[in-house]
Ligand binder design. Structure first.
Ligand code: APR
Length: 190
């Protein structure tokens, strides 16, 4: 069941699915600072995208070093339908006392800033940091949606972004994001 909300010019979608199968300009990877791949979304994207993505990540590492938590870098999409993969590093949850909330918001915002630099008009996010990195799902969903909503409202006049999709891997994650969106919107979502 897809949930949709209009944010100025941009349509926000909450959908259950596999982010590697998205037909959008860019998909966002929940990477780690090494950019050398891993499990979860990271593993799925490198598997589906093929070796060119890792090669580009190695070049980025050689030029700029590790990707700090909250930062984002961009590569081509390799074998994926997406033109680009934006690799961002979410915070590892340590109980909430090491600015995890700020770092998580930065990961979404920096990914969107980078997307606009590359004239991306449709982008898909996973639920960053709520898997291996252990971020409490409800709190992460509120931060993710608040950050995306604010970003889209700030650019509404320029009409730069057509779609932002959250691709949620399981029903529980999707329903948690839907509840968070309802809470933020003060309205019932279909
Ligand atoms: N499509 C969409 N969502 C997915 C997919 C997929 N193919 N695979 C996993 N997910 C979901 C998980 O169920 C979780 O809800 O993505 C969310 C984020 O989980 P992780 O991939 O574990 O990402 P994160 O919690 O940010 O941890 C990142 O894990 O894989 C390693 O290299 C990665 O070290 C990094 C860490």
């Amino acid at each position: 069941m897809t949930t949709e909300k209009l944010l100025g010019h941009t349509r926000l979608f909450l959908m259950q699915g596999d982010i590697t199968r998205q037909n959008v300009d860019a998909i966002v990877n929940a990477a780690n600072s090494s950019l050398m791949g891993g499990g979860g979304v990271d593993g799925a994207i490198h598997r589906a995208g093929g070796p060119t993505i890792l090669e580009e990540c190695k070049q980025i590492r050689a030029m700029h070093g590790q990707c700090a938590p909250g930062e984002a870098v961009i590569t081509g999409g390799g074998n994926l339908n997406a033109r680009f993969v934006i690799h961002t590093v979410g915070p590892i949850w340590h109980g909430g006392s090491t600015n995890e909330n700020i770092i998580l918001a930065n990961a979404y915002r920096n990914s969107l800033d980078l997307a606009l630099q590359y004239e991306v008009r449709t982008i898909s996010f996973p639920s960053i940091s709520t898997g291996a990195y252990g971020y409490p799902l409800e709190q992460a969903a509120e931060i993710a949606l608040t950050t995306v909503i604010e970003f889209c409202q700030n650019i509404a006049e320029q009409q730069l972004l057509d779609e932002v999709r959250f691709i949620l891997f399981d029903q529980f994650t999707q329903s948690t994001y839907k509840a968070a969106l309802q809470k933020l919107s003060n309205e019932d979502m279909p």
